[in-house]
Design a protein around this ligand. Structure first.
Ligand code: EPU
Length: 341
């Protein structure tokens, strides 16, 4: 039987740590509970929001509807050969705990995604990525439940329409499905280690590691993240606030004339991706603090709540940052974080 709570405090359930409430709140532990909920009057009547780890969300104010917290658990080896395995993981598992589980079993493929906050179910929605890997490279299937009919649908990798921090679940099918599990293909031997990202390379060298393993890559990523990114348990934040923008090569070359150090990464469609953190830093925002919110001093792409800040304050700061980047570089920044009005 699904329990409904009223006026639920969400402070511990969003990593910005904003003091907001949900009019109604329930936790879903099984597909059966979700089916029951879907057929309830409250569900049919109220506006709804599915909440995973709360690590990529900004609540501007109290939520005037039903928050559905994902808590499905289970990690199952579906099949395996000598070289690889298919692993089905329920959406309520904690992402980093899954990574550690795989690293400890010597299953390769997601070690570069160590320490990303949040739950497994959110991974395909925004195609989580870091240090040269994206989850789209490992996902073979996503199981999701239609929030209208309660029917289960299996999405192939192609059907997920993955892009940079994008998928069909953020676009055409936004808020239409509840992700119940994902299936990953992982290697058991002959791992394809990815150490191409500069910072990984440097960290492995500083650790005197010449023959990296899955475990050493995971350790290196954890060390890099801990050195740059604030721990949400200490300082409220939701990781990168904006996506890294893509611009045309012409635009990039024009900017290079006056900004000789402007970094870039290759992007699709003959465009160039520019790190938003660099653009924000150039506009003088890095380390800025306005009342209880600010721009992190070690990574300008991360906006933080120092304790008593509000969603509105971070949102206003983000608007100011985006407009100064637009003015200085003629580049539009788009939030990566989900903003809940
Ligand atoms: N930079 C600055 N100033 C800053 C921050 C960055 O100049 O304050 C420049 C530096 O030149 C640096 C470059 O930006 O070399 C890239 O910085 P970093 O390696 O920290 O990566 P990022 O592009 O800022 C992206 C992801 C992160 C992911 C890292 C590592 C996005 C929006 N963010 O950040 O993902 O961990 O790469 O792969 O793509 C997240 O999505 O929440 C997230 C943390």
């Amino acid at each position: 039987m699904t329990q409904i709570e009223e006026n639920k405090d969400l402070r511990a359930l969003n990593t910005f740590g904003f003091k907001v409430k949900a009019k109604f709140f329930t936790t879903i532990h099984s597909k059966e509970e979700l089916h029951e909920l879907i057929h309830s009057d409250l569900y049919q009547r109220e506006e709804r929001l599915i909440l995973g780890g709360g690590s990529n969300i900004l609540f501007k104010r109290d939520y005037d509807g039903l928050v559905i917290k994902v808590d499905l658990k289970g990690i199952t080896v579906v099949s395996q050969t000598e070289d690889s395995l298919l692993l089905q993981v329920a959406s309520g598992e904690v992402w980093h705990e899954l990574v550690l589980h795989c690293v400890n079993n010597n299953w390769g493929g997601i070690e570069n995604l160590s320490l990303i906050p949040g739950l497994v179910g959110a991974a395909p929605i925004q195609n989580i990525g870091a240090y040269g890997t994206e989850i789209k490279n490992r996902i073979t299937q996503v199981e999701a439940i239609d929030l209208k009919t309660g029917l289960t649908k299996l999405f192939t990798n192609e059907e997920c329409c993955f892009g940079y921090r994008e998928s069909v679940f953020k676009n055409a099918l936004r808020e239409k499905y509840f992700i119940s599990s994902i299936t990953l293909t992982l290697t058991k031997k002959n791992h394809r280690l990815n150490t191409s990202y500069g910072a990984i390379h440097e960290t492995l060298s500083s650790m005197n590691i010449e023959q990296p393993t899955i475990k050493s890559i995971s350790d290196a990523v954890i060390a890099i993240r801990q050195s740059k990114l604030p721990d949400p348990r200490v300082i409220g934040n939701a990781g990168s606030f904006f996506k890294n923008p893509s611009i045309t090569v012409n635009h990039y070359q024009a900017l290079q004339k006056t900004n000789t150090t402007i970094p870039s990464y290759p992007s699709a469609n003959q465009e160039v991706k520019v790190p938003a953190g660099w653009l924000i830093e150039q506009c003088g925002w890095k380390g800025k603090k306005i009342n209880h919110v600010g721009v992190h001093p070690k990574q300008a792409l991360v906006l933080v709540n120092y304790g008593d800040g509000k969603g509105e304050d971070v949102f206003d700061l983000a608007v100011k940052i985006a407009s100064s980047v637009k003015e200085k570089f003629n580049i539009e920044l788009t939030p990566e974080v989900n903003i809940i009005e």
